[in-house]
Design a protein around this ligand. Structure first.
Ligand code: ADP
Ligand code: MG
Length: 245
């Protein structure tokens, strides 16, 4: 990845919640066009990293940089959550929370309206995304009682509606059946083929090895190692970290 362009770079990032040192001197980069796996035992700081990149939390120390398509960089600490989304940072949540009073279509359209130039474009984008995530048959359904897989796909749709350059997927397979997982993996591959960079946080290792070009492994809030998924998974320190769970 050294010859590739960076899209996000974390440099010596620290974050504490009271006495919990959740992120400890964390550094790694995400490169344009890749599907980067971010793995590590429960509680090692994967979701917190996404929350720091997307502005849900603000880091205490260090720097997070976002690189625009033209190569210019933005220091993210100064940017609000909506600003970061406008820059092209989309994300899904470990526990999706759609607007429950709205229908599936309205959920996507409402977000698309904020991130497209015209209402007409937003409507067209929402229709395309709805079809892409295979929720067109329940477009008019309210989001109060959607089954888990549909909530996961709607969450992906909402993230796509901001027109992301990078999409961060936080355990998008959790709770899905094997065949639903395959559907999700297929969506992620297609999203990446459209040129969208993907950060893929996942516990299902077979999915990580199938999908990712590269993985970064975290342990106790810091960077442990990185590399080819299959090679990394053979490393004794990685096996040890997972066995210790
Ligand atoms: P992962 O996603 O890798 O399982 P998290 O990023 O969710 O891990 O959590 C990392 C650590 O930070 C854990 O010890 C967790 O309890 C703690 N943590 C995360 N968010 C908060 C918060 N809002 N308040 C307090 N502690 C938090
Ligand atoms: Mg998590």
């Amino acid at each position: 990845p050294e010859n590739c362009k960076k899209i996000i770079e974390l440099k010596n990032v620290d974050k504490s919640f009271g006495g919990v040192h959740a992120i400890n001197n964390l550094s790694f980069s995400i490169y344009e066009g890749e599907i980067l796996g971010l793995i590590g035992p429960n509680g090692c700081g994967k979701s917190t990293s996404v929350n720091l990149m997307t502005g849900v939390y603000i880091h205490d120390k260090g720097e997070i940089l976002y690189y625009n398509a033209d190569g210019s960089s933005v220091t993210l600490k100064e940017q609000s959550v909506p600003n970061r989304a406008k820059l092209g940072m989309g994300r899904t949540f470990q526990t999706p929370k759609p607007f429950s009073d709205l229908t599936v279509f309205e959920n996507i359209y409402t977000i698309a309206m904020l991130y497209n130039r015209t209402l007409k474009e937003a409507y067209k984008a929402a229709e395309e995304i709805l079809k892409f995530v295979q929720l067109d048959d329940i477009a008019e359904q309210k989001c109060t009682k959607l089954p888990i897989e549909k909530r996961k796909w709607l969450d992906m749709a909402r993230a796509l509606a901001i027109r992301p350059r990078i999409l961060m997927l936080d355990e998008c397979l959790a709770g899905l059946t094997p065949s639903e997982m395959e559907t999700s993996l297929d969506m992620v591959r297609k999203i990446n083929k459209q040129g969208i960079t993907v950060l893929f946080i996942e516990h299902v290792m077979s999915a990580v090895t199938k999908l990712c070009n590269r993985v970064v492994v975290m342990e106790e809030g810091h960077f442990m190692t990185e590399g080819d998924p299959l090679e990394v998974m053979k490393k004794p320190e990685v096996i040890r970290a997972y066995l210790g769970e």
